[in-house]
Design a protein around this ligand. Structure first.
Ligand code: HEC
Length: 274
């Protein structure tokens, strides 16, 4: 129960500070708790929360934007940033965009997507992370360790082929290191790093917010790219999704869906682990 309250306080604080429509009626305003400098979450708990948020964002982007968008004729490409390519970011590049934005923020959170059979050789796990990835492939459970060299608490979470789009694109890619991926396979893992072993409310909220802001930043870059399309038909940007036609949600609509899905996931996680 204590954790649910902690969680609701966080969700509501984020909701108050950013574009989110989560209703916070009924949750007591406990500013003393929020202002407390007491470290209430372990780094593992916080990285687990942000990883859940990432799972939801990634699946939503892959299925609802890339998967459905393709059926509407929208294009997604690894060279999406090039001037002559009129396309949106692939899911992995969407994630890298989030990671880049976090890196530019004052929050010392690191994010990386790796695999043992990568398309991009730079994404191949090495050292301790390669060893732990073998464990993840066996039981799909998160792995935590302290990286002595970098002095960073490190958490790794499974990245599963959760949509047909993951499998077909990876299997058919000219640079793929493996062409028999199946739906449900462990395709890789996200690695998250943070320098401290425990966090207070403010720091926890800063971590979750930096992720959400990163999502909005890369999504806005995608919408800006569309704005500059010269040859391709531009989707209508508003409150509709590609499943309904040649539409794309605004960044606010996209983030709102993430928040709704992720809060449920995060809550489920907090309820079941405590
Ligand atoms: C339309 C093509 C496409 C789709 C869809 C796609 N990927 Fe990828 N993925 C790529 C490309 C290209 C890269 C390499 C990007 C880079 O340069 O880092 C990549 C990178 C990755 C990596 C890092 C290791 C590597 O292969 O370089 C993982 C893990 C991964 N994708 C998993 C997934 C999962 C899981 C999904 C579905 C949720 C997915 N991908 C959907 C094309 C795709």
């Amino acid at each position: 129960m204590k954790n649910i309250i902690k969680f609701l306080n966080i969700v509501c604080t984020i909701a108050a500070g950013s574009i989110s429509l989560i209703s916070c009626g009924g949750v007591p305003e406990d500013n003393k708790v929020l202002a407390s400098t007491e470290n209430v979450f372990s780094v593992e708990e916080v990285l687990e929360m942000v990883a859940k948020e990432n799972d939801v964002t990634r699946t939503l982007y892959t299925k609802a934007i890339v998967g459905k968008g393709k059926t509407q004729g929208m294009k997604f490409d690894e060279d999406w940033r090039k001037d002559d390519v009129e396309a949106g970011p692939l899911p992995a590049l969407f994630l890298r965009g989030v990671a880049t934005s976090i890196k530019k923020s004052p929050v010392p959170l690191g994010l990386y997507l790796g695999s043992d059979f990568p398309i991009n050789a730079a994404n191949k796990f090495e050292g301790k992370q390669a060893v732990l990835f073998e464990q993840i492939k066996e039981n799909q459970k998160p792995q935590f360790f302290y990286d002595q060299d970098q002095k960073l608490h490190t958490a790794m979470f499974v990245d599963i082929a959760s949509a047909d789009a993951c499998v077909t694109c990876h299997n058919n890619h000219t640079q793929t290191a493996k062409n028999d991926w199946k739906l449900g396979d462990v395709m890789g893992a996200t690695t998250w790093q943070y320098p401290k072993d425990s966090l207070n409310y403010k720091e926890t909220i800063a971590v979750l917010n930096s992720y959400a802001k990163g999502t909005v930043a890369i999504y806005m870059e995608y919408l800006d790219e569309i704005e500059a399309f010269e040859k391709s038909e531009k989707p209508v940007i508003g409150d509709k999704w590609p499943a309904e036609g040649n539409y794309l949600p605004t960044a606010a609509v996209f983030l709102d869906s993430v928040k709704k899905l992720a809060s449920y996931e995060t809550m489920k996680h907090l309820v079941t682990t405590k």
